[in-house]
Write a protein that binds this ligand. Structure first.
Ligand code: HEM
Length: 285
């Protein structure tokens, strides 16, 4: 008999030795969360100290992107069935996850240009520009551009998913469909547009949002949805801006590893407007 077996039973409910210790027949924390798989992806290829940070921040961002895409998809499925309450909650979660993604720049900013140069050559042409989850998030939100599919040609599985999202209604298209279902005039050319094309601002849509914003009580759920969309775009802009600044302080005006002009390309992306009439309506009110 071991000493532990002969010891008197511990009656203190706060004692750590009372915690479960036998996981031969039930899932442990690591088993359930597949921590080995998660950490096995963390594989620096140089001895550079900061490569760990660089990989970790990218991985963390991809985990948040995964959650954001799940939540957007679930919200969009419900919105297309005319349900608005649960999607609002899902979009609130998206907004919080975006904040976490934006905060990650604070950690990455501790890496200086000299630190970065110690491992820069290790990843060749790899760039966040090729992030399939980021592109999926953008396509779902409505930033449509078929050329952005190209870096995924070597992965037909990802290409297929992205192409399907590119050709389906975006979150904003579904919000406009909802406006029409609430009796507000939205032209069929808007509702049945070619979804693979960028959305073009429309006066009738602006007039419909104006009606909603002038009488929020009457259109409460679409009004709340609109404000949630503004939160999402607001946070998206913050992420983009912080990325841009981090890139500039790290590589200056060098071309990007993904082959774009770098800062110039990212600065231009700041001009993207996902939900144009929702910003315009503020001027008209
Ligand atoms: C110091 C670190 C970083 C540098 C120097 C950097 C640099 C760049 C550059 C220059 C681009 C333009 C495309 C190109 O490569 O030519 C880009 C795009 C991108 N990066 Fe980063 N990046 C950094 C960190 C990150 C992190 C942590 C993420 C998180 C996932 C990320 C995600 C992206 C995404 C999604 C794009 C595409 C943006 C778009 O197409 O609008 N980057 N990055």
């Amino acid at each position: 008999m071991s000493q532990a077996d002969s010891a008197p039973p511990n009656t203190n409910p706060d004692a750590p030795e009372r915690a479960y210790s036998d996981f031969t027949r039930s899932l442990s924390y690591g088993d359930y969360l597949r921590i080995d798989t998660l950490t096995s992806a963390h594989q620096p290829v140089t001895q550079a100290h900061d490569e760990h940070l660089f990989i970790a921040v990218h991985h963390i961002s991809e985990v948040w992107l995964n959650l954001i895409v799940q939540e957007l998809r679930a919200a969009m499925t419900l919105l297309s069935a005319g349900v608005t309450d649960a999607p609002l909650k899902m979009l609130s979660r998206v907004v919080r996850a975006q904040e976490q993604m934006t905060n990650a720049w604070e950690v990455l900013k501790t890496m200086t240009p000299a630190d970065y140069l110690q491992f820069r050559s290790a990843f060749g042409r790899a760039s966040g520009f090729q992030s399939a989850q980021y592109r999926m998030m953008e396509f779902l939100l409505g930033n449509r551009n078929a050329t952005l599919l190209r870096p995924h040609q070597h992965r037909p599985d990802l290409y297929g998913l992205l192409e399907a999202a590119l050709n389906a209604p975006s979150l904003y298209d579904l919000a406009l469909r909802l406006l029409s279902e609430r009796g507000l005039a939205i032209a069929p050319s808007v509702l049945e547009r070619d979804f693979a094309q960028p959305y073009v601002q429309n006066d009738e849509v602006l007039a419909a949002w104006l009606t909603v914003y002038r009488d929020p009580e009457r259109y409460w759920d679409v009004y709340e949805l609109a404000e949630k969309l503004i939160d999402v775009e607001d946070n998206f802009r913050r992420w983009r801006f912080n990325h841009l600044t981090t890139v500039e302080r790290t590589i200056g005006f060098k071309t990007g590893s993904g082959g774009t002009s770098g800062v110039g390309y990212l600065r231009k992306a700041l001009d993207t407007v996902l939900f144009p009439e929702l910003w315009q309506v503020r001027t008209e009110l």
